[in-house]
Design a protein around this ligand. Sequence first.
Ligand code: PLP
Length: 293
Amino acid sequence: MTANSALALVSFDDAGAATGHRMIDPDEAVLRVTELAATRGDGIFETVGLSNGRPLKLARHLVRMANSTRMLDLPEQDPAIWSAALHAVADALGPADEGWVKMVLSRGIEGGTTPTGWAYGMVAPSFAPERADGIRVVLLDRGYRHDVAATSPWLLQGAKTISYAVNRSAYREATRRDADDVVFTSSDGYLLEGPTSNLVLRDGMRLRTPRTDLGILAGTTQAELFAWAGERGYQTSYDLLTPADLAASDAAWLVSSVRLAAPIRSVDGTAKPVDAALTTAFNDHLRGLTAEG
Ligand code: PLP
């Protein structure tokens, strides 16, 4: 039997390490009102894309999950237990064209010592229009310098925390400016990332992305595309980039695990050419990956 959504609740030992999972009805009430995921946004997550029921580039997500776990001083986790929960959810969804599974690890309930964790999955809406027609982006100042990760590690820039109120607010600002998405800039003028995506530029046969030490999330999609492109004759680099570099680039994308590569068709209202052929090649590659990818 398949479903539009599925949920696995993860269990933990006294040291806070995951020990297993059980499938439950996704409509069942399972979180306490003192749950720190809800009251403080104190936890981390990973969203893994599915293609025909198969998890995409899961190994990269599990590595990043371990990194976020360390950055938030949460208990170390066995990736095999989380992988099993994720696969169980993916199996329950069945071979839908596209979907996603979100793994969440929070600090648990107020005053407690055990984390809370779950893997929740859904069949995804079609992102075909964004992939084909492109997206309109606006540049928004994030208000942090480009070196914030080094000067202020307690801000957790670069960890995939569940505190996304700011990211969602940025999307509403984009809508107010008649755009679809956002590219954040640092207060000192460098390109960073989208609220849920990374930026990739093409200059001829060179792909460039902002350096991962700029307080941004190291993207699994961007890393996968660079590995693929590197084997096909593209040069790839992690750079300090400015809005002028974006304007001068031959093409640009926002890339992420569920929408995949969405070409940017305008920046602050100025049109940009869309590289339809490379967009299709990117997305075909991303969707063809296996769980071991
Ligand atoms: N940057 C941020 C802030 C994100 O939230 C995400 C994904 O949600 C990304 C970048 C893209 O990461 P990935 O390609 O691993 O999905």
